[in-house]
Design a protein around this ligand. Structure first.
Ligand code: NAP
Length: 249
């Protein structure tokens, strides 16, 4: 049963993933500059397409899902004052969003898990709009409420970019399996199985490491190698650099 209306500006990968998750509960409007692309996506999410130029957002709950650099251009094409504007744009601050008039502003940072209905979405902004934001993004996975732009920029680097870093790790593990003699298909299954089972543990990293690392054991050998080569520090650097980049957008 559909419980409300939602307007999504953009029809790219993220807009589609969010639309897919919302389509059973919400009546969806897809808004964008290219009718061919927009109508195709609107059909997939059981919604209607509307051209961006002159689109009136008055009183609407709007999810903004275009590229960060497009914010100002999109703002110039819209008219009216929205009820809640929820931006998923990396790096764009709550203050930046005010180029699009709305009563309440939220920033949401979903991740690629959204394509599999398993996003981990960070939300921050106007507390009065939080309930609506949580209800929406709970449709595509888990939600965590954060405080303000800085925490969202940190989350962007951890849960937003993180899947790319874990993708590199997963591929390296698979390659190691092949190096040691496994067929690619088997090595790939083992690497994916590892991540799938790990994802269900939901425990602090240090505790997981302690449980696996027995004295003078095989894991201790590997942990020593990772520590000696500075891998934990490099991972921290990647997250910190991603955060700094989010600050510069
Ligand atoms: N991908 C992720 O994992 C992820 C995670 C969290 C947040 N995000 C954020 O989600 C947003 C969308 O990312 P995406 O991965 O969905 O990108 P995408 O697939 O490339 O889609 C980009 C969308 O932006 C529209 N767009 C770009 N320039 C525009 C302009 N000048 N005017 C109007 N529309 C414009 C595109 O329309 P056209 O096709 O007509 O250009 C398209 O609908 C980004 O701001 C990103 O920071 C992405």
């Amino acid at each position: 049963m559909q419980t409300g209306k939602i307007t999504i500006i953009g029809y790219g990968a993220m807009a589609q993933a969010i639309g897919e998750g919302l389509k059973e509960k919400y009546q969806i409007e897809i808004v964008g500059r290219n009718p061919t692309k927009g109508e195709e996506v609107a059909k997939k999410v059981k919604g209607n397409f509307y051209p961006l130029e002159g689109f009136d957002i008055t009183g609407k709950v709007v999810i903004l899902a275009v590229k960060p650099y497009a914010l100002r251009e999109v703002a110039q094409k819209l008219k009216g004052t929205g009820d809640i504007l929820i931006s998923i744009l990396a790096g764009k601050k709550l203050e930046d969003l005010k180029v699009i008039p709305a009563c309440h502003y939220l920033r949401a940072m979903p991740n690629i898990g959204a394509f599999y209905n398993s996003s981990f979405t960070a939300l921050a902004g106007d507390k009065r709009a939080m309930e609506v934001g949580v209800a929406l993004f709970s449709q595509i996975g888990e939600v965590i409420e954060l405080e303000g732009d800085n925490e969202i920029d940190i989350a962007t680097s951890i849960t937003g970019s993180g899947p790319a870093y874990l993708g590199i790790l997963q591929e390296a593990i698979e390659d190691a399996g092949v190096y040691l003699g496994l067929k690619r298909e088997i090595a790939s299954k083992l690497a994916r199985g590892l991540f799938a089972s790990f994802g269900r543990i939901n425990e602090k990293g240090g505790i997981i490491k302690e449980k696996v690392m027995s004295p003078n054991g095989t894991t201790a050998e590997g942990v020593f190698k990772l520590q000696k080569e500075g891998v934990p520090g490099k991972i921290m650097e990647a997250i910190i650099d991603g955060y700094k980049k989010a600050k510069r957008i």
